[in-house]
Design a protein around this ligand. Structure first.
Ligand code: APR
Ligand code: PHB
Length: 395
């Protein structure tokens, strides 16, 4: 016989979506259990995103998990667009009435959330195995899994599928229910974490004939850098020196700007796609974050979109348990998708403007340069970029 546990919300996945949801529910007095297949160490060590929108920063502070972020996070009020060896700043503070972004690694956000969950008696079970769901259409769905060799069942009122793009929740929804929308890009990003002080105060997005480059950071001593590459590149063919050489070429300016270099601590290649599944709910399972959508990283939106999904889901669950109403829950997918598609548009637009495409022709390159010239010379165009980059209003 399996070990049977009962809770209100079963959450699959302890990434940003799952952990933010779990702590939000706790703050609303709603019980949950989080099931995660990886170890806590693995999840907290993964090198992932690093840009937090104002909404995400405000939420983490309201949740009481923002102390380290306030201490260590780097607040930025602009980015630089670099093309034709020229530098152009987009001033967020001026264009958005004072909003900015915070550079704070996703891994650090997860450490803060895990510590908060543990401090408040939260149940986050790491390294579980063979996770599956059943009864999605019934009022008593359940999650079956193995934990330390024992078969277990988690009986709940609702299931939150926060298990990422490769999780089991989306595929567990019956055929014919979901519609998938996807665009796979003909390039990827080679990313490095380098022991080198950031070469600039703010992020630099560079358009270059050799390909896109992005200069970001993690701390005053750690740089996070990316170059566009073929999606199926062998990372073994990219020596540290070859990477630095490519970066130097793509971010060079006409006035001899200097790129700080240093030991490469981590390197990897990720593919790029835009992906959305509709609807984001079925019966008593709700998909949130990467389990429902993927954005190309150019707009720095993946983590922030996961957080906004679960903010909406938490509101719906709070309404259900406090008022017995299902208005928000029944419209969860509709509410989320309105924001998801606007974020998809922005992420696609940033990607299309800044990357070289294998099937492009000279017209396309001139059009991209005209787009960059327009964004850096028109207040209206710059305002549009700025308000999307710092994060659209949640409601
Ligand atoms: N059972 C339990 N956990 C699972 C399963 C499963 N079958 N499959 C995947 N998981 C876990 C993964 O190990 C991961 O820790 O679900 C978690 C999903 O986390 P993310 O992939 O980080 O997705 P999400 O929480 O939606 O956050 C999106 O994270 O990956 C970045 O770029 C992404 O910034 C974006 C953000
Ligand atoms: C990062 O710091 O990892 C980062 C920043 C901006 C992006 C993507 C990634 O658009």
């Amino acid at each position: 016989m399996p070990n049977v546990q009962r809770t209100q919300i079963g959450i699959i996945g302890a990434g940003p979506a799952g952990l933010v949801l779990s702590h939000l529910l706790y703050l609303h007095g709603i019980e949950s259990v989080v099931l995660e297949i990886r170890s806590r160490h693995y999840v907290e060590e993964r090198v992932r995103a690093g840009v937090l929108e104002q909404n995400t920063v405000d939420l983490l502070n309201q949740m009481g998990v923002g102390e380290r972020m306030k201490r260590d996070g780097l607040v930025h009020y602009g980015i630089e667009l670099r093309f034709n060896c020229q530098r152009h700043r987009i001033d967020f503070r001026e264009l958005t009435g004072g909003k900015g972004i915070t550079i704070y690694a996703q891994a650090e956000v997860l450490k803060d959330l895990n510590n908060a969950r543990i401090a408040t008696g939260g149940q986050v079970l790491f390294e579980v195995e063979d996770v599956s769901v059943a009864g999605l259409e019934s009022p008593r769905p359940k999650i079956c899994y193995q934990n330390q060799g024992s078969r277990c069942e988690l009986h709940c009122d609702f299931i939150a599928g926060c298990d990422g793009f490769h999780g089991i929740c989306r595929p567990s929804i019956p055929p014919g229910v979901l519609t998938e929308y996807e665009r796979v890009y003909p390039f990827g990003w080679l990313g490095i974490l380098a022991e080198a002080p950031p070469s600039s105060e703010e992020l630099i997005y560079a358009y270059h004939e050799r390909g896109f480059a992005l200069l970001s950071m993690r701390t005053p001593h750690l740089s996070r850098l990316y170059i566009q590459c073929h999606p199926h590149e062998d990372i073994g063919s990219w020596s540290d020196e070859r990477i630095w050489c490519e970066l130097r070429a793509r971010v060079a300016t006409s006035n001899g700007w200097h790129l700080n270099e240093g030991p490469v601590l981590q390197k990897g290649i990720t593919g790029m796609r835009s992906f959305v599944v509709e609807p984001m709910q079925y019966g008593r399972v709700f998909l949130a974050g990467d389990s429902a959508h993927i954005v190309p990283p150019t707009g720095a939106k993946g983590l922030n979109l996961a957080v906004s999904d679960v903010q909406i889901l938490a509101r719906g669950l709070d309404e259900y348990y406090k008022k017995g109403a299902r208005q928000l829950l029944d419209h969860y997918s509709q509410i989320c998708l309105r924001r998801v598609w606007k974020v998809q548009r922005f992420s696609w637009w940033m990607t299309s403007m800044l990357h070289r495409f294998p099937d492009e022709n000279p017209f396309d390159c001139r059009r991209q340069l005209a787009e960059l010239d327009y964004v850096t010379s028109s207040e209206a165009a710059a305002k549009s970029l700025a308000e999307n980059y710092v994060g659209l209003p949640l409601d």
